[in-house]
Design a protein around this ligand. Structure first.
Ligand code: ADP
Length: 259
């Protein structure tokens, strides 16, 4: 059954060097889901994220988002409008180190309004109130005036979440959001992602490495292997046999941390 929210149909991506990163990938995401994409490094997870928000154009296939075939978007205003609805957070946070936490969060409005004052960093009191409110949502409003490079890794990712929220996205794409964090901090950041998913109703699509996190946070999982979907289902249905199909025989010996 296809979803009105996000529907990916027969998506393939071949890079100019001939690497087939995605092969005939089809799946749906319903509004409110917390979908996690898993797979070995190189299986196509990041390519999929980049196709979803049109950082990359797919080679073939369709992506329907909120009713529009976004693969056909060519004009900059269409792509900008799309990116506004899709917030994105990254493994390395992508904050501006020497700016304050608040300034970094306010940067999230730039995708929304391209007015000269905001481009010059002159934000309205309403923008600032919203930024502070978003920082409060992720529990670090008291850090608003500290520099971003004074934050720990987990705090930086929470700033990045607050920044993404400034766009009022309907979908949050999280590309390995906790891959640079220690295990305890992973849970703190994941808890905030779960909170915005549940309380704000923002759909989340995240790439995750650790199966323990997948089991705790995903409402549904798809697994990629060599650019193809090899598993789609509930996290509790990833049995040992599925685990070996997804990650390959002997994976436990080389990567016990994935479990
Ligand atoms: P993952 O996120 O699962 O690690 P990626 O989507 O980054 O996987 O990569 C999938 C495949 O595509 C890999 O073989 C990778 O080397 C290749 N790839 C990724 N980006 C590019 C690129 N810009 N140009 C060429 N090949 C790429």
């Amino acid at each position: 059954m296809s979803s009105d929210f996000l529907s990916v149909r027969n998506l393939s991506k071949t890079y100019p060097n001939g690497v087939q990163a995605l092969r005939d990938v089809s799946f749906d995401v319903a509004k409110g889901e917390f979908l996690v994409v898993i797979g070995l490094s190189g299986s196509g997870k990041s390519t999929l994220m980049r196709c979803l928000n049109r950082l990359q154009a797919p080679t073939s296939g369709e992506i329907f988002f909120e009713g529009a075939d976004i693969g056909k978007f060519k004009r900059i205003d269409q792509i900008r409008g799309l990116r506004r609805k899709m917030g994105m957070i990254f493994q390395h946070f992508n904050l501006i180190p020497r700016q304050s936490v608040l300034q970094n969060v306010l940067m999230g409005t730039l995708g929304v309004k391209k007015t000269l004052p905001s481009l010059l960093g002159m934000f309205t009191p309403a923008d600032k109130a919203e930024a502070l409110n978003n920082l409060k949502l992720v529990g670090i409003a008291e850090k608003a005036h500290l520099r971003a490079d004074q934050m720990s890794g987990g705090q930086k990712q929470r700033v990045a979440i607050a920044r993404a929220l400034m766009q009022n996205p309907t979908l949050l794409l999280a590309d390995e959001p906790v891959a640079s964090l220690d295990p305890a901090t992973c849970h703190v950041v994941m808890d905030y992602l779960q909170k915005i998913n549940r309380e704000l109703g923002i759909t989340v699509v995240a790439n995750l490495h650790f199966l323990s996190l997948v089991r705790k946070y995903a409402t549904r999982v798809i697994a990629l292997k060599d650019g193809q979907i090899v598993f789609s289902g509930k996290p509790e249905d990833i049995t040992q046999e599925w685990f070996q199909k997804i990650y390959g025989e002997g994976t436990q010996d080389v990567a016990p941390d994935i479990l």
